[in-house]
Structures are given as C-alpha cells and as structure tokens.
Design a binder for this molecule. Structure first.
Ligand code: ADP
Length: 339
C-alpha cells in the first residue's frame, strides 16, 4: 500500500476527456464508504474536475438525484459509518432499457465518468453500463465481506471484524462467569473471511465457515476435548451462510444429540455500522483517489485493488467472476489454535 507503482491487469482504455465525475455507493453499506467518497471528491477537485454525488446508488442514477460536491461537502465525514449519499438495491438496473436511461441521465448532467463504490453486484451493473454505452466506469470495492477477487482487502472488512472481535470479548466475559457455551454468528453469506478473522482474533474454540463445512459431530467433539481439559466455557464462531440464524439449528442439534446447551448471539447488521478503523479509512482513501486518477489517465471498466503492498487494477468482470479463496493454512491455523 506504500508503493505508487500501479499494476494494471488487462485493463481497457476509454477515449473520453473527463471533466466531471459522478460517484455513488450501491448495495450493502460498509464502514469506510464515506472515506472513499471523500477521496473521490477531493482527488477529483485536486485534478481540476467537478464531482457530482449521486444519491441512493443506481436508483438515484435513474431518478436523477444528483448534487455537485465541493471540498466542504465531504468535510467531517471520514470518521462516520454508513454513506452520506445513501445506498440502495435497484432491481431495474438489471434491465438494459433502464441502464440506457441511466446513461442518458449521466450525459444530460454533463457527467463524463462514474465511480461506483460497492460489491460485486454493483460492479456487474457498472460493467454493463460500460459495455453497452462506452461510458467510463471505475469500481471501488466497498463491502464488509472481503470477497472481491483482485484485492486483498475491501473497504469495511477491517471495521466489521473489529466489531465482531469486540462482541466476542464481551461475550467471553459472560460465558466465563456462567460457564456457558456460546455460538456467535457473524456475517458471511458465501465466504468465511469475517468468521475466520474474528474466530482467530477472538480465540474461538471452533470456526464454522462455508469453505470448510464442519459437522455438528465434529463441533461436539471439539467441545468435549475442551471439557476434558477442564474448560468450563466455549466460544464458537459461525459464518451465517445463505440464511441468517443457522446457529440456532447447530445449537438445537448440539443439545438434542450431544447434551450441550449453547446460547446463540447473532451479530447481524451491527457489523455494518460504526466508525471505520484506521485501516479502512486508509484503504478507502487510497482506492477512491486511485479510481479518479486512473479514470483521468484513460482507463475504464476496472476495480481498484491492493495486492500485498501494491495498488493494482483488475477488470470489473474478473473482479466479479474470479473466486477469491481463503488460504488453507489459515483454516488449519484456526484448528491448531483451537485444540
Ligand atoms: P453489492 O454491490 O453489495 O454486491 P448487490 O448485489 O445488491 O450488492 O448489487 C447492488 C446493485 O447493483 C443491485 O441492486 C443492482 O441495481 C445492481 N446489480 C447487481 N447485479 C447486477 C447485474 N447482474 N446487472 C445489472 N445490475 C446489477
């Protein structure tokens, strides 16, 4: 993250002269989105552009809900969670006719390029806008899930895991006082990134993730190993998976089949909120400014990413289609440390 040399992986170019940039946040919100908006606005103005905030993601793009931002518009927001320009899910954007309308709105407002801050759904929409109209687009990965291919870290992930850790530390106090077993359910539909980091950082006794499904039998055996060496309380961290509340089914089975009484704590949307961590603010600032610079440098249809210490660009389609996988050695580490 300290190097200025950007690696560009098969990123395409546009030919447009960019004087005005639009910025929106879309899909699930994430702590640090405001820092990214601020970076887009401040970098855009620094490089001599006008910057237009588009409210409520693609829905605001269709409604023409636009506002020109100046340096002061983004003052005092870097520390705030959520997104000052709001976010939404916009089913209409899946249809080509609506994307054509969105393009017309952008052009009629004098906007020459778009920075879309969001997750893979947001990038799919931006990619289609580019391929169908040639309108320059950049994606900035703002999602707590950290599941975007092409970047080690997404904006909001670090804040979300720290929120999860605080919760675990607090639950550990009460679990210890009452000799209780807790299952703490964290976000993570298709990936265990949040659960893995919260589990390792929180010293969990078991980490349940989609990448390494563990049977309740194994979880029970793990608990029993702890009991055998005198442990009186345990914390299990579980990624929610496709449907929130999976932990209740595990708790029921633990009780019915193995006689362990587990209490469930679902962290849910608390992980999306709160003031972003220093790391998220820095990552968001780097990526927001990088998106502007690269659009002005003639690149389009890319997502900003960070690979190790290196900033990089990857194509939006690769960012959405590539499968980012949890390192096996991290999964193993979680098991080794839990024994
Ligand atoms: P995220 O960006 O966090 O993954 P979503 O998957 O909800 O969140 O996507 C955000 C928005 O992006 C959707 O509401 C929709 O407007 C747009 N979008 C998602 N997928 C597509 C797609 N395949 N084609 C066009 N637009 C899409």
């Amino acid at each position: 993250m300290n190097s200025n040399k950007i690696i560009r992986h098969k990123v395409v170019r546009h030919k447009r002269k960019i004087k005005t940039i639009g910025v929106l946040t879309s899909g699930g919100d994430a702590p640090g989105m405001n820092a990214a908006i601020r970076a887009v606005v401040r970098a855009g103005i620094y490089y001599g552009c006008r910057v237009i905030g588009i409210y409520k993601g693609y829905a605001g793009l269709l409604e023409g809900h636009f506002e020109e931002f100046n340096l002061s518009s983004v003052a005092n927001i870097i520390q705030r969670g959520g997104t000052i320009i709001k976010s939404s899910r916009c089913p209409e954007f899946h249809k080509k006719s609506y994307r054509k309308q969105a393009h017309q709105n952008l052009v009629s407002h004098g906007i020459d390029a778009l920075v879309a801050i969001g997750g893979d759904g947001t990038f799919r929409g931006a990619h289609l806008l580019w391929t169908e109209t040639g309108f320059p687009v950049a994606g900035v990965p703002g999602t707590i899930d950290n599941d975007c291919w092409g970047t080690d870290i997404t904006i909001g992930f670090d804040s979300a895991i720290n929120t999860g850790l605080r919760a675990i530390d607090q639950i550990r106090d009460t679990a210890g006082s009452h000799d209780r077993l807790f299952i703490v359910e964290v976000m993570g539909r298709n990936s265990g990134y949040i659960a893995m980091d919260v589990g390792i950082g929180g010293g969990a006794d078991s980490i349940i993730i989609p990448e390494d499904p563990s049977s309740v039998k194994n979880i029970a055996a793990q608990i029993q190993r702890g009991v055998n060496r005198g442990k009186t309380s345990s914390i299990i961290v579980c990624a929610e998976g496709p449907v929130q509340g999976k932990s209740y089914a595990i708790a029921n089975e633990l009780k019915k089949k193995y006689g362990y009484k587990a209490r469930v704590c679902i962290l849910g949307h608390t992980q999306r909120g709160g003031s972003p961590t220093a790391r998220d603010r820095k990552v968001a600032s780097i990526m927001g400014a990088m998106a502007v610079r690269e659009l002005l440098g003639g690149y389009s249809d890319f997502m900003t990413g960070i690979d190790g210490l290196r900033p990089q660009l990857v194509s939006l389609i690769k960012a959405t289609e590539g499968k980012k996988t949890l390192h096996q050695d991290l999964i193993l580490l979680g098991k080794i440390l839990a024994t």
